[in-house]
Design a protein around this ligand. Structure first.
Ligand code: PGA
Length: 236
């Protein structure tokens, strides 16, 4: 079975009101294509980014519904702002904010409970890959962080060493990891690849077995880079 592919852009801490027109160009190019497209801008841009013809997502949320958590945003608040997706467990949050697998699970449950789709990120460090532990590390992350529901869930396999570096794993390594993830999550959960996805490598990566889309950082910031990645879904 082939799952409809999802191409999601993670703007990280980039973007401003003045570049939201990029989303209009992306929407025009994605219209009518057999692919789901989402852009995850910073929190402050979510409400202004909606209604442009591309699904909008957040990059993180708090696991609790409300409370004394200064500086945090709940899943329900994101839904109210117009978000349909929320990334959880990105390696930058695991590193910068010390998020554990248990934290990530709680966030994923909150995201799905609020009616959004969770994009749950997993991936090994370069040391772990060199030590031959990549698959077991990712399996452990999944064991600790998968939400209760498999509905409205996507997994993003993002090797930490491939993020923002221009390095990508071989097709064989991507296929091996995605098959291992598939064995855990079952046939209906989309498994995205992320880490240095560019117009030049997107078609190849998107046609590796069990790759159901991409989570794109740097190359999602402009329509000029992101649109060819969306178009690569239909390149054979
Ligand atoms: P990159 O980032 O495409 O810039 O490597 C991917 C990500 O961190 O989601």
């Amino acid at each position: 079975m082939t799952l409809r592919k999802l191409i999601a852009g993670n703007w990280k801490m980039h973007g401003s009101l003045s570049v939201l027109t990029e989303i209009d160009t992306i929407a025009a190019a994605a219209k009518g294509r057999d692919v789901d497209v989402a852009i995850c801008p910073p929190f402050t841009l979510i409400a202004r980014a909606t209604g442009r013809g591309v699904a909008i997502g957040a990059q993180d949320c708090h696991a609790a519904a409300k409370g004394a958590h200064t500086g945090c945003v709940s899943a329900a608040m994101l839904v109210e702002a117009g978000a349909a997706y929320c990334i959880v467990g990105h390696s930058e949050r695991r590193a910068d904010n010390f998020e554990t697998d248990a934290d990530v699970k709680a966030k994923a449950d909150a995201v799905i409970g609020a009616g959004m789709t969770a994009i749950l990120c997993v991936g090994e460090t370069v040391e772990q890959r060199r030590a031959g532990q990549a698959v077991e590390v990712v399996e452990a992350q999944l064991a600790g962080s998968l939400p209760a529901s498999r509905d409205n869930l996507a997994i993003a396999y993002e090797p930490v060493w491939a993020i923002g570096t221009g390095l990508v794993p071989s097709n064989a390594d991507v296929a091996e990891m995605h098959a291992a993830i598939r064995a855990v999550v079952g046939p209906d959960v989309r498994i995205l690849y992320g880490g240095s996805v560019k117009p030049s490598n997107a078609a190849e990566l998107l046609h590796v077995a069990n790759v159901d889309g991409a989570l794109v950082g740097g190359a999602s910031l402009t329509a000029a880079d992101f649109v060819p990645i969306i178009e690569a879904v239909s390149v054979r």
